[in-house]
Design a protein around this ligand. Structure first.
Ligand code: PGA
Length: 270
């Protein structure tokens, strides 16, 4: 099966950007540019506080709404957390889980790192718990995976990424895996401007697909959408999106400008 059989997804991960007014402006500028595009699913993932404003501005443009995190319990004494029902109520279809900026060492700030990455404590195990719970509620996860630069240099990319995928998807049904979205995001390419070369990004997405095939069978492997993320922009998107195993993009910085994000969406539709 080629990538043509899978509808690509272009998801904008806004991270900690945009007030409600800025969200309205961005989506209002984006909506007319992507309305009516066929062959691509466009999604925006604002911060929780701007979900409602973004939803209102989406109108009938067909843009899907996603959140940047979610918790694995129904309700109750979980200070700071947001449940799948709350996200569904806000109009979300997707929730990003396992982003490299939310994985990592809970409660610590490692000053030896060049940048303060990964302090919110998500693990493969909690990502798996989230995937199970939210899929039971009808919310679709965008599950992120990817290697750190040291792991790549040590030749461990495939082992790290397939280990993350096996652990994050454990216990889901083949039908559930077919419906969810995976994002391959090499950590060294996120927000750095250093995009993973398209052949290599495609190769690792292929490794992920074969990992899914081994654990869940052909129908799940051929249907699951695998996105690339990490410094995707309006200049490099077309080359990445033309690759057979890359079924879209998870876009950070370039999703904050309507024109560049729309150009990426159009490249996916083409
Ligand atoms: P970037 O972020 O496009 O700014 O590199 C992507 C992501 O973190 O999802």
């Amino acid at each position: 099966m080629t990538s043509n059989a899978r509808t690509p997804v272009i998801a904008g991960n806004w991270k900690m950007n945009n007030t409600r007014e800025q969200a309205r402006e961005l989506v209002s500028a984006l909506a007319p540019q992507v309305k009516g595009l066929s062959g691509v699913e466009v999604c925006v993932c604002p911060p929780f506080t701007a979900l409602e404003a973004a939803k209102a501005a989406i109108g009938d443009s067909g843009i899907a709404l996603g959140a940047q995190n979610v918790f694995w319990e129904e309700k109750g004494a979980w200070t700071s957390q947001v449940s799948p029902d709350m996200l569904l109520d806000a109009g979300c279809k997707y929730a990003i889980i396992g982003h490299s900026e939310t994985r990592g060492r809970f409660g610590t700030v490692d000053e030896t790192l060049a940048t303060r990455l990964a302090y919110f404590g998500e693990t493969d195990q909690t990502i798996n718990a989230k995937a199970h719970f939210i899929m039971g509620k009808g919310l679709l996860p965008i599950i992120c995976c990817g290697e750190m630069i040291d792991e790549r240099k040590a030749g461990k990319t495939d082992e790290i990424v397939s280990g993350q995928i096996k652990a994050c998807l454990a216990g889901l049904s083949a039908e559930q895996v077919a419906a969810l979205v995976i994002a391959y995001e090499p950590v060294w390419a996120i927000g750095t401007g250093e995009v993973c070369e398209s052949e290599e990004a495609n190769r690792v997405c292929g490794v992920i697909r074969e990992t899914v095939r081994g654990a869940f069978g052909d129908s799940a492997a051929d249907a699951v959408r695998i996105l690339y993320g990490g410094s995707m922009n309006d200049k490099n998107a077309a080359e990445l999106l033309a690759k057979p195993h890359i079924d879209g993009g998870l876009v950070g910085g370039a999703a904050l400008k309507a024109d560049s994000f729309a150009t990426i969406c159009k490249a996916a539709a083409a």
